[in-house]
Ligand binder design. Structure first.
Ligand SMILES: Cc1cc2nc3c(=O)[nH]c(=O)nc-3n(C[C@H](O)[C@H](O)[C@H](O)COP(=O)(O)OP(=O)(O)OC[C@H]3O[C@@H](n4cnc5c(N)ncnc54)[C@H](O)[C@@H]3O)c2cc1C
Length: 383
């Protein structure tokens, strides 16, 4: 195996560095900020993982391998920063994402329990059943404790002697596997992986035509004492309305209750401040007010912005770049859960011309995995 430079120490860059180092590559990571990076897309208390994926069966079928990849990392790191919660999905109208998810899940043999509107407050007294036309519960799925996972990966890299170099790349040359830092240093390797999150389009002009940064707002809440325990045992909540609705992450493992939405902002610059305005926070709270009973009694702990790189169809861009490069981008609002899996897949594809070409359609959710992509994963998890 040769040498590799990974640009970006978010979940994608760190996972890929970890997987390449395990495969015997000599790896170095370049990151402009501290690790974990609170300005990156990957660093927050939680990120959700779930099989429910609407009609996107390709991504639904990536979930089991994604769990296997996390298991591999967690076993190596000696901790398991994951809490299973299950999924509660609600819709204000029949059909749509919820019905597509149910059909795809049942088609693949997942146990989905249909619920009536009246079941919702009966099971979850802190929620209202108003305006629910369709609902289901799925026992699988849960919360990946994102910051802890990023820390765990950084520790694994340190243990393997992989340096994380602080520096800002100002130019990349994937044909030569090279990049130039702001201080003028030129770094070169056999392989360059650009995993720059929402900054990616700045570095790669061709990417800017396909992927753009978006500003997403999240609000952290403390439930009133009467509901705190029930919330801590609650499933993740996906509440789909005509205006898009909202999601809620239960306050597991000492984290706050978090709510957010899935609308993409029309523009976003990842250099902007991460503080959310009062109006931005209120917009998110307004989406949740009809569903979370007595929301006025919940204490707002904080509200902030996070940027991610959105691809119009939310398809991941994992593609060859020049003769010696790969780009990992377009992870939109759903990439974290696949971090370890995509890292392992890229490490496998980097040393194999056929897999290097075939990985893109799979990562875009459009094709089954090319044969051999998970060979390492299958060997290790069945060993
Ligand atoms: C509010 C929110 C909720 C989300 N919810 C979920 C969820 O529930 N489930 C899920 O699976 N996903 C979710 N996501 C999406 C997921 O977090 C992202 O897809 C994922 O974290 C992207 O990781 P990344 O490594 O590509 O980017 P990042 O974490 O942003 O990492 C890129 C790194 O590259 C560095 N960098 C960039 N440019 C340079 C440069 N020129 N020189 C040096 N370093 C550079 C940056 O500093 C950064 O640290 C959510 C995202 C947000 C914002």
């Amino acid at each position: 195996m040769g040498s590799a430079i990974i640009l970006g120490a978010g979940i994608m860059g760190l996972s890929t560095a970890w997987a390449l180092a395990r495969a015997g590559w000599s790896v170095a990571v370049v990151e402009q900020d501290a690790v974990p990076n609170p300005r990156g897309s990957s660093v927050d208390d939680h990120r959700l993982i779930r099989h429910a994926y609407g009609a996107a069966a390709g991504y639904m079928r990536m979930i089991d391998p994604a769990y296997a990849a996390w298991d591999l990392l967690f076993a190596e790191g000696g901790e398991r920063p994951y809490v299973q919660t299950g999924v509660l999905a609600l819709a204000h109208a029949p059909g749509g994402w919820l019905a597509e998810s149910r059909a795809a899940l049942r088609g693949d043999g997942h146990a989905v329990t249909d619920l009536a509107a009246a079941d919702i407050p009966a099971r979850y007294p802190f929620l209202s059943g108003d305006g629910i036309a369709d609902a289901f519960h799925l026992p699988s799925g849960g919360v990946l404790l994102a910051r802890r996972i990023v820390q765990l990966l950084a520790a694994r890299l340190a243990a393997r002697g992989v340096p994380i170099r602080r520096g800002q790349a100002v130019a990349v040359d994937p044909a030569r596997g090279a990049l130039r830092l702001a201080d003028g240093t030129r770094l070169e390797a056999d392989l360059l992986v650009v995993a720059a999150g929402p900054w990616g389009p700045r570095l790669l002009p061709a990417l800017a035509a396909r992927v753009r940064p978006t500003r997403q707002i999240i609000v952290r809440l403390a439930p009133p004492p009467a509901h705190a325990e029930a919330w801590a045992r609650a499933p993740m909540l996906l509440d789909l309305a005509e205006d898009g609705g909202f999601y809620a992450v239960p306050p597991v493992a000492g984290t706050p209750l978090k709510i957010g939405d899935h609308r993409f902002a029309p523009h976003g610059d990842p250099e902007e401040a991460r503080e959310a305005t009062a109006a931005e926070a209120e917009e998110i709270l307004a989406y949740a007010r009809h569903r979370i009973r007595g929301l006025a009694d919940y204490r707002v702990l904080s509200a902030s912005a996070c940027y991610y790189d959105v691809e119009p169809q939310e398809r991941f861009v994992v593609e060859r770049l020049g003769d010696r490069g790969f780009v990992m981008s377009g992870f939109s609002g759903h990439g974290f859960k696949f971090g370890a899996l995509l890292g392992l897949a890229l490490a496998r594809a980097a040393g194999d011309e056929h897999l290097g070409a075939a990985i893109s359609a799979w990562a875009a959710g459009e094709a089954p995995p090319p044969p051999g992509l998970f060979a390492d994963l299958q060997q290790e998890t069945t060993a």
